[in-house]
Structure formats: structure tokens, C-alpha cells
Design a protein around this ligand. Structure first.
Ligand SMILES: Cc1ncc(COP(=O)(O)O)c(C=O)c1O
Length: 295
């Protein structure tokens, strides 16, 4: 196969067809592993150290010990992007608990599988969705609670979010969010959510992944003197908002035009969403918080 993507796998760089893992890998059998996704835009990887730190938190919390330091991950990520000649990239890095020694094995006794996969940059929504805004569904599935699988784990176990996505797509929506056990708004399968009302920008304060883009939008709003709060929001706050947007490494802010059948005021994107998103892309293109791929 010509022009195959090159992946980093267990210390080596291999073409996709050779970058294989065993069918017995615990990541495949049990969803036993953690990952992170960082992106590059115009040759610069955004907030790479924060992504690696978040990844290390997941590794430590899940007792997954990979023989790679922060600097090793940094080097492997940059090198993988370089080897694929990408300037705009979505980069996924993964550790699983590898191949078990028996059908039922002690999970502390393992050989981790380590992977870096760099693909061309992907936006969560297509062109039309980005221009007109998306329709957001609210799933019947609730968020994991901190006493089960704390949403701060960025783990491979994604059945919950796949089911929520299917539910939303089947209902004709573009994306989905879920609430927690107390009815407060949380997040979606790959994004955090913001609601804007009366000039105040608000985002759920708990039971969410510590999204790097979420944090970036909070900082951008603060720097621009736009009031911003981490708060308890319910579906009512989304239904009655002036503007709603989701955000992620895959595309910055994505305006929402409808939440579970409630149309939001026009225009979409609304003025503050538009302003914040412009500031976000200006920040990315400025190279701030960026790691040059050529480094
Ligand atoms: C559950 C969840 N929430 C939020 C996000 C957004 O996080 P980030 O801004 O770091 O991409 C993601 C990213 O994939 C996610 O999986």
C-alpha cells in the first residue's frame, strides 16, 4: 500500500499495515486503556504539554504505567506528525493494558501497548454544520458519576457515548449531550458545552472532562473582559440561552441552533460565539501555546 500513514507503536514507527496490535489486547477486549487527542494547525501543536499532563493523570489514576516520560511522548508525537508530512493534524495517543497472560489475568501484571496516530485535522461538524450551527440532542443516558467512572478519566471505554450518539443521529440531530444524575448539564461525546445569556458565558462546572478547549475559551473570555462562569446549568439554561456552543480540539467553537426541539435566537453563530471563536483561531494562528512541528 503506497502512502500509508506512519504510526508510532511501542517505540517504533511503522506503516499502518504493520502497526498492528493483538486481538487479545485489553484495549480491544475490555476498553482497558486511556488516550488523549491533541491537534496541530498550520504547523503548530496547541497546548501539547497540557494534553500530555492530562494523559499522565489518566495513566496514573488507572494504574497504567508506560515506560515513556513526558519528554518521550512529546518527541513521539512531534515525530509522528513530521513523518506523515502533516501541518494540520488530529493526533491521538493511546496506552492500553496490552495482552494479558491468561484469559483472566491480574490487571497489575501487564505489558502496555503505546500508540501515536496522526491523521489530517478533522472538524466535528461538516461545512454546513459549521456555517448554520448544529442541532443538539439531550440523551436519556446520564453522565458517569465521580464514584463510578469519573468523567475526568479520558478512557477508551466509550460505549456510553457511542450509544448517545446513535440515539441523537437516529432522532435526526447532529450531536448530543447528557445530564448528570441531578439533572445538570454535562458534556457530549467529544465536546464541552457553553451557554450565553445576557452577555454572561457559562459552562458546566463539574462531571465533565477537563477539556483543554473549554479551558482555553474560559481564558479567552476572561482576557477579553467577557464575564465567564463555571456553573450548575440545567437543560432550561440551554433552552432559554441567547447562544449555545460546543467546543473541542476538533474545531474550536461549534454554534448550536437548536437544543432538543427548542430553537435558539438567530443569528447562528450568535455574536459572542462568533467573537470567541475568532479569538480562539487567532490565538492558534499566533503560535501562542504552540509547539512547532519542525522543533
Ligand atoms: C467527553 C469529552 N468531553 C470534552 C472533550 C473536549 O476536550 P478537548 O477540548 O480537550 O478536546 C472531549 C474530547 O474528546 C471528550 O471526549
Amino acid at each position: 500500500m503506497a502512502n500509508q500513514p506512519i504510526l508510532f507503536i511501542n517505540g517504533e514507527y511503522k506503516p499502518l499495515s504493520e502497526a498492528t496490535v493483538s486481538v487479545l489486547d485489553q484495549g480491544f477486549l475490555l476498553g482497558d486503556g486511556v488516550f488523549d487527542v491533541v491537534s496541530a494547525w498550520k504547523g503548530s501543536i496547541f497546548k501539547l504539554d497540557q494534553h500530555i499532563e492530562r494523559f499522565h493523570d489518566s495513566l496514573r489514576a488507572t494504574r497504567l504505567d508506560a515506560p515513556m516520560s513526558h519528554a518521550d511522548w512529546r518527541a513521539a508525537i512531534i515525530e509522528t506528525v513530521k513523518r506523515n508530512n502533516l501541518r494540520d493534524a488530529t493526533i491521538r495517543f493511546i496506552v492500553t493494558r496490552g495482552v494479558p497472560k491468561a484469559v483472566v489475568a491480574d490487571p497489575r501484571d501487564y505489558q502496555p501497548t503505546m500508540i501515536v496516530w496522526a491523521a489530517p485535522y478533522i472538524f466535528l461538524a461538516d461545512e454546513a454544520g459549521r456555517r448554520q450551527g448544529i442541532r443538539l440532542f439531550i440523551s436519556h443516558l446520564r453522565a458517569f458519576t465521580p464514584d463510578s467512572l469519573d468523567p475526568r478519566y479520558k478512557c477508551l471505554d466509550r460505549l456510553h457515548s457511542q450509544m448517545a450518539r446513535i440515539e441523537a443521529l437516529e432522532a435526526g440531530y447532529d450531536d448530543v449531550i447528557w445530564l448528570d444524575q441531578t439533572g445538570h448539564v454535562c458534556e457530549g461525546p467529544a465536546s464541552n458545552v457553553f451557554a450565553i445569556k445576557g452577555g454572561v458565558v457559562r459552562t458546566p462546572r463539574r462531571n465533565v472532562l477537563r477539556g483543554i478547549t473549554r479551558q482555553t475559551f474560559i481564558e479567552i473570555a476572561r482576557d477579553a473582559q467577557i464575564p465567564v462562569e463555571e456553573a450548575d446549568l440545567t437543560a432550561f439554561d440551554l433552552f432559554s440561552a441567547d447562544e449555545v456552543f460546543t467546543c473541542s480540539t476538533a474545531g474550536g467553537a461549534l454554534a448550536v441552533r437548536e437544543v432538543a426541539g427548542r430553537k435558539l435566537p438567530k443569528p447562528t453563530p450568535g455574536p459572542l460565539t462568533h467573537r470567541l471563536d475568532k479569538l480562539y483561531w487567532a490565538l492558534r494562528e499566533s503560535g501562542a501555546h504552540g509547539t512547532p512541528i519542525s522543533a
